[in-house]
Design a protein around this ligand. Structure first.
Ligand code: ASP
Length: 330
């Protein structure tokens, strides 16, 4: 026979279990009830930040709460991603990263999180072409002249990127491999601040998304030598692809994904995924993406399942390339 205290404890434990079981769907039903934070693992003003802010403001309209962006740059995006991996999985802290999310394990031997196992994918966000750009006073008039200049200057060339594993870093690796030129890499917390130094002429060269370079190219503040996509961009018809410029098979398009920490209730992830799909059709976002040459993900790709499959494909594609390049970070 249980005494009175034991009966009381048992009743309490049962009541608690029942309450928490009932609470999960209730939480999903009332979600979101307060502002959401989207961690961008790069500095403000750069391409990932630009995409995140456009998506966040469109999602806020649908979700009915503010969606704020928090820039936590450093270590090629791994600092911010690590913070997101350890956040409370309640749908109020998310991560918007680019493809570096899945390539980081090939570069960092001591990554404090697993980009696949520690996250619940929400959906693919956008694909963004990249451009090879240089300071305005670069004398080379075209890619062959730039290549000749790179070959004669080698290590004297300053090449900026957003840290090991950033997509600008991956682009640089491919470029150095394809041209056989070793440049001096200068790391930033994001290519937003790197652009400032390119504009001032402190940096010679950068490979970055059109979401950061397009406006500066059009304003004549920097020079563009090539695009990294398979075909030329409609908005820059006279700019050749790297592949047609002699770097055979060179192709790199940056993609972005939205994630929640692992353990976020499935109903919350679904709600966010539907909101993302809606946001990607928001007229203001569509117009701005078009101006920046960014391609919003199709609704069928902005789903947890599609992003889960895509990130594995990309991991398998980039792993051998990075391993062959022999680059590591601690
Ligand atoms: N474009 C950057 C990169 O190279 C990141 C950023 O600042 O958005 O990965």
């Amino acid at each position: 026979m249980l005494n009175k205290t034991a009966r009381w404890s048992l009743a309490c434990a049962f009541a608690l279990a029942l309450a928490s079981a009932l609470c999960i769907p209730a939480q999903a039903q009332t979600y979101p009830a307060k502002p959401i934070t989207v961690i961008v693992p790069f500095a403000g003003g750069g391409p990932t930040d630009t995409v995140a802010r456009l998506v966040a403001s469109a999602m806020a309209k649908d979700l009915g709460v503010p969606v704020n962006v928090d820039n936590i740059g450093g270590a090629g995006g791994t600092l911010g991603s690590s913070r997101a991996a350890k956040a409370v999985p309640d749908g109020y802290t998310l991560l918007l990263n680019h493809m570096g999310h899945v390539t980081a394990p090939f570069l960092y031997s001591k990554l404090p999180y697993d980009p696949i196992a520690d996250f619940a994918p929400i959906g693919r966000v956008a694909d963004v072409p990249m451009t090879l750009v240089a300071r305005k006073n670069m004398a080379a008039r075209n890619f062959p002249e730039l290549l000749a200049w790179l070959r004669s200057n080698g290590k004297k060339v300053n090449y900026s990127h957003a840290g090991l594993g950033a997509v600008s870093h991956l682009c640089g690796l491919l470029l150095m491999k394809a041209t056989g030129v070793e440049m001096t890499a200068v790391a930033y917390k994001g290519t937003g601040p790197a652009m400032t130094d390119l504009l001032s002429g402190q940096i010679d060269l950068m490979c970055d998304q059109t979401t950061n370079t397009e406006a500066q190219i059009k304003a004549g503040n920097i020079k563009v030598y090539a695009v990294t996509t398979r075909t030329r961009l409609a908005s820059m018809k006279d700019v050749p692809t790297l592949a047609e410029s002699g770097l055979k098979n060179f192709e790199l398009t940056a993609w972005h994904g939205l994630y929640a920490p692992k353990g976020t209730p499935a109903a919350v992830v679904d709600r966010l995924s539907h909101s993302l799909q809606k946001a990607l059709q928001d007229p203001a976002l569509v117009q701005r993406f078009a101006e920046l040459d960014a391609q919003a993900a199709k609704a069928s790709d902005a789903t947890p399942q599609a992003l889960a499959a895509w990130q594995k494909t990309e991991r398998d594609r980039w792993g051998p390339i990075i391993t062959a390049a022999g680059v590591h970070a601690e």
